[in-house]
Design a protein around this ligand. Structure first.
Ligand code: FRU
Length: 501
């Protein structure tokens, strides 16, 4: 089924669930208007994952680095705990873990509400929007308007993203008559001879369109990408395009495309393509549908722009939820978190170029006490941890986290797949799809290492340092601190993590 983004459908679904949920606590969560001040210690409030202080959040937007600061903008409905009129919330960080919350950067105007998009540093002031010879920060975003449709606009900041002005001749890219025409990800394409151009990667219903521009204002259509063998279970959204160098030093291009619904474990998920981009056209290598994450809760993820060459990492962040239930997860006074920041790298396996997502090394700065895991059962002291395990018998292992209430989360590794079960993990009845069992095919991959990052309401599993990833949210009624292991070496370690608040 191919669907257009229709917020009314989400609100309708929300209403239906409000009528049939069972627990009182869950019902309250759905109806809560975020009028209290954040304490950052609320039940389920992540302690080292990004969350908005209060109200609704979805996609990460405008991720750009400038002068030691990682900027994170995000889809935000400041007046409610459910999706609604979109703004761009804003925060900055020096390590992608400790965040300073800043005022809302972009508000809706007569052209529409502010949907997802990106931000760049306009080096050389190609737009002419910089002041005093400085390079402006430019945000490129989608205007969503019920009658005017979806168009692309820009805004600029000459004070490191602290204040924003919308460009006076918005929109810079008009709608060609297609309802789903959104989520511009812009990057500079270096043509190699001292020249270059801006490339906009745009999601257009069920294809990706590439546009180019000399100045971020005048855009020209270059090409479209929609191979017959890709995944088309839903509308294409939030693309990203970037080069990565593999271990042999070859440059490959990666195209991320989020899709809703149609993910491998239901609802929304992110597929990716590897191949070549020549400044106008993207061509994919092979015909494999590949997913960046097999968990249910990593969507609309994109990478930071303008990371200095001396760093050289391709840094990724996703929205840690799923459109199947994002609006009704049992949290107040905020809804949704981002994933851990991850470094994307290419690896080769059985003739294919695949994407590994590895937790950024900055996470280690949160390490507090560590403990050895030497027995099959272990009582963890806290739910904020990084668990570092090795399999004893290859693809035959299981890991269980549980509590005294009989709530549990199970992970099994079998010969050809990984199975994740959160059906008894605590509050699960707010949505039937939330109780589904998730599977990830191994396609011949042998699992040796398992790194698990746990926060108040999430588990992220990185197998073989991110060659396979499962990101999952959960809402236990008390922490799942009893650990039971099968098929795991007795030399594991747990590193407790400090809260970033
Ligand atoms: C993805 C998405 C985007 C859109 C935004 C609206 O989650 O649907 O395509 O710009 O959310 O909030």
């Amino acid at each position: 089924m191919k669907t257009s983004f229709n917020p009314l459908i989400y609100l309708l679904i929300l209403g239906m669930f409000a009528a049939c949920t069972e627990s009182k606590k869950e019902k309250q969560a759905e109806l809560e208007i975020p009028n209290s001040e954040p304490a950052f210690d609320e039940t389920y409030r992540p302690q080292y994952h990004f969350t908005p202080p209060k109200s609704w959040m979805n996609d990460p937007n405008g991720m750009v680095y400038l002068d030691g600061e990682y900027h994170l903008f995000y889809q935000h409905n400041p007046d409610s705990n459910v999706w609604g009129p979109m703004h761009w919330g804003h925060a900055v960080s020096t390590d992608m873990l400790h965040w300073e919350h800043l005022p809302i950067a972009l508000y809706p105007d007569s052209l529409g509400t502010i949907f997802s998009g990106s931000a760049v540093i306009d080096k050389g002031n190609t737009s002419g929007l910089g002041e005093d010879g400085k390079n402006p920060m430019i945000a490129i975003f989608t205007y969503h308007h019920p009658e005017k449709g979806q168009t692309q606009g820009i805004a600029f900041s000459n004070d490191k993203g602290r204040t924003w002005t919308k460009y006076k001749n918005n929109p810079v890219l008009n709608n060609p008559g297609i309802p789903d025409f959104r989520d511009p990800k812009v990057s500079w394409y270096d043509q190699g001879n001292g020249t270059g151009k801006w490339i906009m990667t745009l999601a257009v219903k069920d294809k990706i369109s590439f546009y180019s521009s000399p100045n971020l204002i005048d855009w020209e259509h270059e090409s479209d990408f929609s191979p017959s063998w890709a995944s088309y279970g839903g509308v294409w959204e939030c693309p990203d395009l970037f080069p990565l160098t593999d271990q042999e030093g070859h440059e490959k291009w990666v195209l991320l495309v989020s899709i809703n619904p149609g993910g491998p474990n239901g609802g929304s998920a992110t597929q990716y393509f590897t191949g070549n981009f020549d400044g106008g056209n993207f061509t994919a290598d092979g015909k494999d549908v590949k997913w960046i994450d097999y968990g249910a809760d990593n969507y609309a993820g994109v990478t930071w722009s303008d990371i200095p060459k001396t760093d050289g990492r391709r840094l990724f962040l996703g929205w840690m939820s799923n459109w199947l239930y994002a609006n009704i997860v049992p949290t107040t006074i905020w809804r949704s978190a981002m994933t851990l920041p991850r470094k994307l790298e290419l690896y080769h396996f059985e003739g294919k170029d695949l994407l590994a997502s590895r937790p950024v090394m900055e996470v280690k700065t949160l390490y507090g006490n560590s403990e050895k895991i030497e027995a099959k059962s272990h009582l963890l002291r806290d739910e904020l941890f990084h668990l570092d395990l090795k399999t004893a018998n290859g693809n035959r292992a299981s890991i269980k986290f549980s509590n005294d209430l009989g709530e549990e989360v199970l992970l099994h590794i079998e010969q050809n797949k990984v199975i994740f079960d959160r059906s008894k993990s605590g509050q699960v009845k707010f949505n039937e799809a939330f109780q589904a069992i998730h599977e990830a095919p191994l396609n011949g991959l042998e699992i040796n290492d398992i790194d698990i990052y746990s926060d108040k309401s999430s588990l992220e599993f990185f197998f073989n340092d991110g060659e396979l990833v499962l990101t999952e949210i959960l809402f236990p009624n008390s922490p799942l601190l009893k650990l039971d292991l099968e098929g795991i070496e007795n030399n594991g370690e747990v590193h407790y993590l400090n809260s970033t608040w």
